[in-house]
Design a protein. Structure first.
Length: 119
C-alpha cells in the first residue's frame, strides 16, 4: 500500500511540473488564465492527497453520520461549522469524521476513521 506522504510528494511534484508548463503556455481568448488552471489543478491534487476537502460545509448541511459527510466531501467537520454534531466527534476534540493514523499496530495511514469505542 502506498503511504499518504508518498502520494502527497508525487502530487506536489506533478503540481510543480504543471505550474511550469501552464505558466509558459500561451492563452487563447475566452480560455481560463494560467492562474485559474493552476488553481484548479492544485485544488484537485490537494483533495486527492487528502489535505483539502472536496466541498466546504454549507449553511443548512445536516448529516446522518460521518459516512454521509464523507460521501458529500465535507469531512472532516470542525466545531462551529454547518453539519457538525458532537455525536459525530468520537474523541471530543472538536473535529468530527477525521482520518486517523494507526497507532502501535503498524503506523502509517490505515484508511480508517476514528470511532467512539464502547466500554
Amino acid at each position: 500500500m502506498v503511504e499518504k506522504s508518498t502520494i502527497a510528494v508525487l502530487a506536489g511534484a506533478g503540481v510543480v511540473g504543471i505550474l511550469v508548463g501552464v505558466g509558459t503556455a500561451p492563452t487563447t481568448p475566452g480560455s481560463a488564465s494560467p492562474v485559474e488552471a493552476v488553481t484548479a489543478v492544485v485544488s484537485t491534487a490537494a483533495v486527492a492527497a487528502g489535505v483539502k476537502r472536496a466541498r466546504d460545509p454549507q449553511p443548512g448541511d445536516q448529516w446522518g453520520g460521518c459516512n454521509d459527510a464523507r460521501a458529500a466531501g465535507t469531512a472532516p467537520l470542525y466545531s462551529g461549522e454547518p453539519g457538525f454534531r458532537s455525536e459525530m466527534d468520537g474523541d471530543g476534540d472538536g473535529i468530527a469524521c477525521e482520518n486517523y493514523s494507526g497507532g502501535s499496530s503498524g503506523g502509517g495511514m490505515t484508511g480508517g476513521f476514528r470511532r467512539r469505542r464502547s466500554h
